[in-house]
Ligand binder design. Structure first.
Ligand SMILES: [Zn+2]
Length: 196
């Protein structure tokens, strides 16, 4: 096959769950049936990769220095929900009426993999606890072993600063990833949170 086409098929395989066969089907679809869609995809991808970084306050994905959530004065800035991924932020906002602020860890504590507190922006989070009037820190890490260890570590940080920490209810299946939960389960997990 053509080198350009081979490269497109190979490139599409960087997507999660896309093997050789799906990549081939996608490439042929784009070239044979939807060139406008293909062009739009290429432009959007390039723009996103060039401009999207992490918020200087909460670390979620944004094309700006500080994300629109952190700048939104209509939010309750006394509650910070701590999650593992930007996908968790989107899942919580679409499944619940939570309109506080977030801290996105972009991972979880894992000493064996060399991931410590500094990799999760916890110095940043601690500074927010010091500088702002935070009433509650919601620990919404996953129910995996590492997620629990991470929650415990942050819970102790909250205690040191006299901030109330709560943990989302464990209707969340053990090891379950927050962002893949159905909306009802996630809403219950958040509304049923308990003091940690
Ligand atoms: Zn932000």
């Amino acid at each position: 096959m053509e080198a350009v086409l081979d490269e497109l098929i190979a490139a599409l395989r960087c997507l999660p769950g896309v093997g050789a066969k799906s990549a081939r089907r996608m490439a042929l679809h784009l070239l044979e049936r939807d060139r406008a869609g293909a062009r739009r995809l290429a432009v959007a991808l390039e723009a996103a990769v060039d401009t999207v970084g992490h918020c200087s306050v909460c670390r979620t994905l944004t094309a700006r220095e500080t994300c629109s959530r952190c700048l939104d004065t209509g939010r309750d800035d006394g509650v910070i929900c701590v999650v593992e991924t930007p996908g968790d932020v989107l899942a919580i906002e679409s499944a619940t009426d939570f309109r506080g602020l977030f801290h996105v860890l972009l991972g979880r504590l894992s000493p064996l993999d060399g991931i410590g507190p500094e990799d999760l922006g916890l110095d940043q989070l601690e500074k927010r606890l010091q500088d702002h009037d935070v009433r509650e820190l919601i620990l919404a890490t996953n129910a995996s072993v590492e997620g629990e260890v991470t929650a415990h570590y942050i819970g102790e940080m909250a205690a040191r600063h006299g901030v109330r920490a709560t943990r989302i209810a464990q209707g969340v299946p053990t090891g379950g990833e927050l962002e893949y939960l159905d909306a009802g389960t996630l809403a219950h997990a958040l509304s049923g949170r308990r003091d940690y």
